[in-house]
Design a protein around this ligand. Structure first.
Ligand code: SAH
Ligand code: SF4
Ligand code: F3S
Length: 443
């Protein structure tokens, strides 16, 4: 019997790419590939790429260049590009980097076995279609191997919102929701294999509206059905759009015990003028009122956001509106970026701000956000939280997990207290707050 072929996948970008990389490994698993953690001994290298900002896209080409020596040493090595750069640039990738044998867009992963065979036969294989058949339906031949306590589960893909800065509607296509029955089936399977916490994923996850028993399913209905699964202890979802935060979803944050008190709700800017130019279709005030309603349902919820500074035409006054919104909300977690021009998007055609202005604003924005995150993290000291343990820590007997608020928590006496192996949930009293994590003791 010949040795199995080795597959090395490197994942960039968002959590949906992480989920997709698992699906690609499964699809090629059927072709006799096993995953390896290094490109050095691989028979196939797949880069699962991100196109969201210029830097992310350029990284791909520098990474590809590094595989030259590997390909020279092993002419049978096949190199593939998947993900959003594959979708956006297609054939251009092979022209710019002839080492590439295969290019596959995010909606065609179920066709990987055929594409791999073509690449093996010496062809250049390209597939950037948006096929009718569902990539998730044909990728259900998953192995029943045990796995860690947390998992991602994509429930919705694509986006119809067309924010003026964003490539996602072009790289991932139109919004599509998976059927609720399939998602519940996949969740039960994950739980049987050891998963305790599931994060539901979608570019606009709260716009989810899937088919299922008894008609149309909203995300809130899906969450309530998932909460019925024995052994599944925690549910999260990301990323949400403010305009799709429906009453039933807000209510679920108040009355569904398994839904964790953490919400990533990007706003991008606090200036109505800029929000309008971004095509976000809500005002700063509407966002703040929404946050009030969410906090009324779940007062201890930890809020997270995304921000873009230096969008075309952003003035100092617009930027200060963003700082004011941040002060009003108080974020426990945040991601912030300088606006990056993306080919094909409306904002790329507009006059751009100076790089120094963007850098200065990002610095000031991040200083404020860091201060807020710090304050909220420090305020956990003395409180009791529940921790889902995910791995051993660096110290003897120490274990590390996440609180319901998604803070990393180190517990020194975990093993002594009977927390082992991973996947257990325990009450922990927080006794310290470090740079990026909390420390606690078992209650
Ligand atoms: N669907 C999500 C976000 C997906 S992209 C939502 O609507 O909130 C993740 C984040 O990347 C965005 O929230 C935005 O803050 C950032 N982003 C997207 N396009 C960008 C660009 N052209 N330049 C800088 N940041 C960008
Ligand atoms: Fe991009 Fe806007 Fe869609 Fe989010 S809602 S994926 S930022 S277009
Ligand atoms: Fe990047 Fe595509 Fe995700 S552009 S953020 S990998 S949807």
């Amino acid at each position: 019997m010949s040795a199995p072929r080795k597959l090395y996948i490197k994942t960039y970008g968002c959590q949906m790419n992480v989920y997709d990389s698992e699906r690609m490994a499964e699809a090629l698993g059927g072709q006799g590939y096993v995953e390896t953690q290094t490109p050095d001994d691989a028979d196939m290298i797949l880069l699962n790429t991100c196109h969201i900002r210029e830097k992310a896209a350029e990284k791909v080409y520098s990474e590809l260049g590094r595989f030259k020596a590997l390909k020279a040493a092993n002419p049978d090595l096949k190199i593939g590009v998947a993900g959003c750069v594959a979708q956006a640039e297609g054939q251009e990738i092979m022209r710019r980097q002839p080492l590439v044998d295969l290019v596959v867009g995010p909606q065609s992963y179920h066709r990987l076995p055929q594409l791999e065979a073509r690449a093996r036969a010496g062809e250049k294989a390209l597939d950037t279609d948006f096929p009718e058949d569902d990539k998730f339906e044909t990728l259900r031949h998953r192995p029943k191997a045990a796995r860690g306590p947390t998992a991602f589960l994509t429930v919705q893909e694509g986006c119809d919102k067309f924010c003026a800065f964003c490539v996602v509607p072009y790289t991932r296509g139109a919004e599509v929701s998976r059927p609720a029955t399939r998602i519940l089936e996949e969740a039960r399977d994950l739980v049987e294999r050891g998963v305790r916490e599931i994060t539901l994923l979608g570019q606009n996850v709260n716009a989810y509206h899937g088919s299922g028993d008894g008609g149309d399913w909203s995300l809130a209905r899906l969450i309530r059905a998932l909460a019925e699964i024995d052994g599944l202890e925690r549910i999260r979802f990301t990323t949400s759009h403010p305009n799709d935060m429906s009453d039933d979803l807000i209510a679920a944050h108040g009355d569904c015990a398994k839904l964790m008190p953490y919400l990533h709700l990007p706003v991008q800017s606090g200036s109505d003028r800029i929000l309008k130019r971004m095509n976000r279709s809500h005002t700063a005030e509407q966002y703040l009122r929404l946050i009030e309603r969410i906090r009324a349902a779940r007062p201890d919820i930890l809020l997270s956001g995304d921000f873009i500074v230096g969008f075309p035409e952003e003035t100092e006054a617009d930027f200060e509106d963003t700082l004011a919104l941040i002060r009003a909300v108080e974020y426990g977690q945040a991601y912030s970026f300088k606006y990056s021009t993306r080919p094909g998007t409306p904002a790329a055609e507009r006059p751009q701000l100076d790089e120094e202005v963007k850098t200065d604003r990002l610095y000031r924005l991040q200083a404020l956000l860091t201060e807020q995150q710090r304050r909220i993290q420090d305020s956990m000291v003395g409180r009791e939280v529940s921790v889902l343990f995910e791995r051993s820590g660096r110290h003897e007997g120490q274990m590390v997990g996440k609180s319901e608020y998604l803070h990393a928590v180190h517990v020194e006496d975990a093993v002594r207290g009977g927390i082992e192996p991973t996947g257990q949930i325990a009450r922990v009293r927080i006794i310290g707050s470090g740079t990026n994590s909390l420390s606690g003791v078992l209650v």
